[in-house]
Design a protein around this ligand. Structure first.
Ligand SMILES: Nc1nc2c(c(=O)[nH]1)N[C@H]1C(S)=C(S)[C@@H](COP(=O)(O)O)O[C@H]1N2
Ligand SMILES: [Mo]
Length: 197
């Protein structure tokens, strides 16, 4: 299937349809997060065996970028024309790099949601630890104070209310991966289900 263009000339991945208004999509209630206590930690199989903890002030001091990217749900709806703001995840990886050969990353949110991604996708230039969208802080239902955004992967790979990133030598099973969804989940290849290979 060819890529179609969504309204406004935004590229639409194969098998997706555009929805006009951006409805939040997640299980359970929106968590209440205390910004004074929120932290993002990086650990697991790190190169130096240590771990790093960023609070919101530390995150604020890191270089920020803006990236255009849609939100493509694996259930086939897409929101296009979003402009995300945040810290490139590869900058975070540079601060606390993985051990050689640790190619798998588990991104974990509050309350047990997690997504398993390849290190290569975390190092993608558009991969963000996002705090803003369209110039405004994220709303609570879209992941405030911070979420992961990987615009080239299906939305389930980007935990809202993210709190942890860990490196692993073996592929991990997050919330959707353990329910049969694709370990890689690239939108350009329509990698929706694990059994597609
Ligand atoms: N913590 C958490 N993050 C989550 C989810 C969730 O249920 N919990 N759902 C994922 C799915 S399936 C999608 S499509 C996107 C939706 O993001 P949005 O609600 O901002 O559009 O969030 C992802 N991140
Ligand atoms: Mo989704």
């Amino acid at each position: 299937m060819d890529d179609a263009d969504a309204p406004g000339g935004h590229p639409l991945p194969p098998g997706q349809r555009v929805v006009g208004s951006w409805q939040p999509s997640h299980y359970g209630r929106v968590p209440r997060i205390d910004p004074e206590r929120w932290t993002f930690s990086v650990g697991g199989a790190t190169r130096d065996g240590g771990h790093m903890v960023l609070d919101l002030e530390a995150l604020d001091r890191l270089p920020r970028v803006e990236v255009d990217g849609g939100m493509h749900c694996v259930a086939r709806t897409s929101v296009v024309g979003l402009r995300w703001g945040g810290v490139p995840l590869r900058r975070v990886v540079e601060l606390m790099p993985p051990e050689d050969g640790a190619q798998h990353v588990l991104l974990a949110a509050v309350r047990g949601y997690a997504a398993s991604v390849h290190l290569e996708d975390v190092l993608h230039p558009d991969a963000l630890l996002a705090t803003h969208v369209d110039g405004e802080p994220l709303t609570p239902e879209h992941g405030w104070p911070a979420r992961v955004v990987l615009p080239h992967l299906y939305g389930f790979k980007g935990p809202k209310w993210v709190v942890e990133m860990t490196y692993h030598h073996q592929e991990q099973q997050g919330w959707w991966e353990s329910r049969g969804y694709h370990p890689r989940a690239r939108v350009d290849r329509e990698e929706r289900w694990a059994h597609q290979g």
